[in-house]
Design a protein around this ligand. Sequence first.
Ligand SMILES: Cc1cc2nc3c(=O)[nH]c(=O)nc-3n(C[C@H](O)[C@H](O)[C@H](O)COP(=O)(O)OP(=O)(O)OC[C@H]3O[C@@H](n4cnc5c(N)ncnc54)[C@H](O)[C@@H]3O)c2cc1C
Length: 387
Amino acid sequence: MNFDLTPEQDQLRDAVRALGRKYGHGYFVEKAKAGEHTTELWNEAGRLGYLGVNIPTEYGGGGGGITELAIVCEELAAAGCPLLLLVVSPAIAATVIAKHGTDEQRKRHLPGLADGSQKIVFAITEPEAGSNFHRLGTVARRDGDDWLLSGRKCYISGVDEANHVLVVARTEDASTGKLKPALFIVPTDAPGLTRSKLDMEILSPENQFLLYLDDVRLPADALLGESLDAGLPALFAGLNPERITVAAMGAGTGRYAIERASDYTATRKVWGGRSIGSHQGVAHPLAHAAVQVELTRLMINKAATLYDAGRDLEAGVAGNMAKYAAGEAAALAVDTAVQALGGAGMTTEYGVATLLGAVRAGRIAPVSREMILNFVAQHVLGQDKSY
Ligand SMILES: Cc1cc2nc3c(=O)[nH]c(=O)nc-3n(C[C@H](O)[C@H](O)[C@H](O)COP(=O)(O)OP(=O)(O)OC[C@H]3O[C@@H](n4cnc5c(N)ncnc54)[C@H](O)[C@@H]3O)c2cc1C
């Protein structure tokens, strides 16, 4: 058992931390409040190779794994810049295309994903289907060599910043007549694809959208992979990287909040010469949150290590547990930090309440805590499925 990062991973962590701190939470908040994106940070991270750490070297990436991408997600978040699109574009889209795309799709999309010049977002959630992906209603029909895509998607992050959206749809299986999942790489300016921005109570430079697909006509090669059979494995290929990197973002956010709060409580004095951090009523909740965040980081490392070793089923269990733990730990850490800072905790200047919406959403998306508990109950504890 080895708990040490490799020297290269250590260097990556230090370098990403330095980049994150160069921009900082003030930059993140300023962009979010102005309704702008963190384009400068994204582009610089791309130029430095951090967005493509998990993409094969032949396509301009770093040739690493999800362990490396999780380091990038965690360190940027720990600097106060939790970038949700890292989870969507390099973690989900790049993994799915690298593992299940055609040669042509890899050549077309991976270099741009690696240097950050291209973003591909991910659309699975639908208003009616909710957590039940078996009820997906976005359907792809053949029209000659083309495909026609129709349906609705909701809460889709970053569509306004992306060149393409990876849409999860269903096609009719010729042999069984049943519907089965198929993924399509859809240009965001495709005729028939429209969007409306959702008003979310999350302070974030990244936006969520409703997507309407109205007979969106796509060429045959918009279908991800060589055939319709690629759909299901491709969909599953994106899930573990998504859970592990979103967990890393949560752990980084937790670290950020605890660091802000402990710096404050170690120096703030309101009772004579003693810092408020000397009161256990202030210090213990912070210490408790720090324990939860550190436990989460252990589970993230385990999940990423299993995933990079190709042990997908075990990585699935560990990744789900890491995501659950991170959602809870990040929410606890930010809430505890706000409390420890008192009134300052609610100001924009101290930069912790600004994360309340994001960490709350982290217990819902991209997979809710209840659906993870269902997964663990069924697959780890052997309970009957309840739904
Ligand atoms: C900030 C944000 C960004 C997002 N970005 C994306 C994106 O980029 N792409 C994308 O496709 N989606 C995205 N989503 C959607 C997200 O993945 C879903 O919101 C999430 O999966 C939950 O689905 P739902 O909202 O339809 O909730 P529902 O399925 O309606 O569930 C509502 C509540 O009921 C609970 N519940 C449902 N079924 C069960 C059950 N069987 N047992 C116990 N509890 C249950 C859920 O846990 C939840 O608490 C995003 C959401 C947010 C908030």
